[in-house]
Design a protein around this ligand. Structure first.
Ligand code: EPU
Length: 418
């Protein structure tokens, strides 16, 4: 199995271009199912999760043509309504259910896979409830689901837990339904607004995306056009944290600092200097910075996907930080590995750790349990003295394009061993 070897400590310097957002790409690909016309997707990141989503589209009948970061997709006819074993590897496969149901009136699928960060297998109750509210018939047998609705009907649905993919899936299911759907307590992530803007350009009637209440007036047909994937705010935020944690001066280009307000406001408070434009973010190597406690929250709150890099940053801050992970209950387990590297971290319960900094970190042998913890280990390895070895890097490649070569270009000593 491939692994990363990092020699630390490293101070990096230079510019790095941020790639298209994974969590936008994974929604526009299933959105292609809503129309029989050809969609052109630009700024597509080259990552494992996107490859899996394209494979899944092909299983369903898509013709695809990929050239660099541009992908053309056309699904003239849905050839299959069964999400096959690929769905087990990709949590975002659940998003395919909404457009498939809307266009084909039927979908069958296994419980979706992906990162092991939530309670047991990550729940899908909100999706099933939402589909039922829209008039679909839902049956389940041995972890396999079948959902049917000749024609979905507009309805009101309230999300008792805010869910990003839940919001996107029901929004797409409702686009071709009969009548009006009102979704309440929706997620407000920028990737949702980007998707809604695209669908509206193609004939959908969605209002309120980016706010907690969305109204969708069903239409008969959706066309297809060009969608340019927005910059990955999680990658940009991760690199900003990496710069501060390794005391490096780095400029992230092709990004949108406006999507990182919470992180940048924390940087101001703790003494990390930066310069932000409309499409770039420069972090100036800090000498020292203060501790600051965070609680993960839906957008525009502190993203759970930045919690692990931020926890590594907290090991280098002066003072005590409490990191409170409110979204997932298995997303702090990696902190045990930071403790093995020398961090002063105490786990209070599955949702909270206390970090006392600054501490020196030392290279260790680590295993990446999931995507975001994996990138945090890379940051820790760059801070640490000596050699850090990270196993199971498939979990990192799933979400960050060529991260090793891009960091090497900035001066990091990171090698990939196949
Ligand atoms: N939840 C339920 N029932 C459901 C769905 C979700 O209880 O039917 C719970 C989850 O267990 C969790 C909470 O709701 O506790 C929020 O989860 P959400 O549904 O918002 O997460 P998601 O849509 O599956 C997306 C991103 C995640 C990101 C979260 C939170 C995609 C493909 N994934 O997941 O990204 O952490 O929103 O912002 O968009 C990642 O990129 O590493 C990643 C995990």
């Amino acid at each position: 199995m491939a692994k990363f070897i990092i020699e630390g400590p490293s101070h990096l310097t230079g510019d790095i271009a941020v790639k298209g957002a994974k969590n936008s790409a994974l929604k526009i690909l299933p959105a292609a199912l809503l129309s029989d016309e050809k969609i052109t997707i630009k700024n597509l990141p080259k990552i494992e999760d996107v490859d899996l989503a394209i494979d899944l589209l092909e299983v369903l009948g898509a013709e695809t043509r990929r050239d660099g970061d541009v992908l053309e997709v056309q699904i003239k006819e849905i050839k299959n309504v069964e999400l096959n074993s690929l769905a087990n590897k990709l949590r975002a496969s659940i998003v395919f259910t909404g457009p498939l149901l809307a266009r084909a009136g039927e979908v069958t699928f296994p419980h979706p896979g992906g990162c092991v960060i939530g309670a047991g297998t990550r729940p899908i109750d909100l999706f099933l409830e939402g589909f039922k509210a829209l008039g679909a018939e839902v049956t389940e047998s041995n972890g396999y689901y079948s959902i049917k609705a000749k024609k979905l009907k507009g309805a009101e649905y309230f999300f008792t837990t805010v869910s990003v993919t839940g919001t996107e899936t029901l929004m797409m299911a409702a686009v071709l339904a009969d009548g009006t759907t009102v979704l309440k307590n929706c997620a407000c992530e920028p990737e949702i607004s980007a998707l809604a803007d695209y669908l509206n350009r193609q004939g959908a009637k969605i209002s309120g995306a980016g706010t907690p209440t969305m109204t969708i007036n069903g239409v008969k047909k959706i066309s297809a056009g060009i969608f340019t994937i927005i910059p990955d705010r999680i990658e940009a935020g991760t690199l900003a944290i990496l710069a501060a944690a390794t005391k490096s001066t780095l400029t992230m280009t092709d990004c949108r600092p406006a999507h990182l307000e919470i992180l940048l406001n924390i940087f101001k408070k703790i003494g990390i200097k930066f310069e932000a434009g409309a499409d770039y973010l420069k972090i100036f190597a800090p000498d020292k910075f203060r501790a600051y406690s965070i609680k993960t929250h839906e957008y525009p709150g502190f993203p759970t996907d930045l919690q692990s890099p931020y926890t590594v940053l907290a090991t280098q801050a002066s003072g005590v930080s409490i990191i409170h992970e409110t979204i997932y209950d298995r997303r702090l387990l990696y902190t045990d590995m930071l403790a093995q590297m020398g961090a002063d971290i105490i786990m209070c319960d599955p949702h909270r750790v206390v970090v006392n900094g600054p501490t020196k970190l030392y290279g260790r042998k680590l295993t990446s349990p999931d995507l975001r913890a994996g990138i945090a280990m890379i940051i820790a390895g760059l801070i640490a003295e000596g050699k850090t070895e990270i196993d199971n890097i498939y979990q990192i490649d799933r979400g960050y394009e060529n991260i090793d070569s891009r960091l090497r270009a900035l001066g990091a000593k990171i090698a990939r061993l196949e």
